[in-house]
Design a protein around this ligand. Structure first.
Ligand code: C2G
Length: 132
């Protein structure tokens, strides 16, 4: 069984997130999503609209997703890959190059980011100050 892993906040879930998850799952047979906790989001300088439990509930309802576990630190990726016997690490290409060090442990794959949608853009639109 080929196991895939990806990481993120996945706040205000949108089709860019879904397309990432769909393509990640297509690379293997099992997809683990490592979801940023509310506390870790503070370290990422992100304030999610939905809390961890709400974001986890949404992700677990997606057919492409097999497992959701918490991301609490920047430094857990190698341990996650080893303990979950991961074959492929996937991120959107806004992260291109940032995780190449993981290629000692598994395949590293950056997928093209979906254009014209982001959680930040949604928030700006709703706030009436859309800047694309
Ligand atoms: N994404 C995408 N297209 C978009 C928006 C997001 O492909 N229009 C991808 C991102 O590239 C990322 C995933 O969806 O791979 C989740 O996006 P975020 O929730 O913004 O994740 P991020 O805050 O980048 O967290 O340790 C890694 C971090 O937790 C990554």
């Amino acid at each position: 069984m080929k196991k895939v892993i990806t990481y993120g906040t996945f706040d205000l879930l949108h089709w860019g997130h879904i397309r990432l998850l769909e393509r990640a799952k297509q690379l293997g047979d099992h997809l683990t999503v490592v979801l940023s906790t509310d506390e870790f989001n503070l370290l990422k300088d992100k304030k999610a609209f939905h809390n961890y439990e709400q974001r986890k509930y949404l992700l677990e309802a997606i057919k492409h997703v097999d497992q959701v576990i918490p991301e609490t630190t920047w430094d857990q990726k190698v341990t996650d890959i080893q303990s979950h016997h991961i074959d492929i690490f996937v991120m959107g290409d806004d992260w291109k190059g940032q995780f190449d060090f993981l290629s000692d442990h598994c395949e590293v794959c950056y997928l093209e980011r979906t254009k014209d949608i982001s959680t930040t853009y949604i928030k700006q639109q709703l706030a009436g100050s859309a800047q694309t």
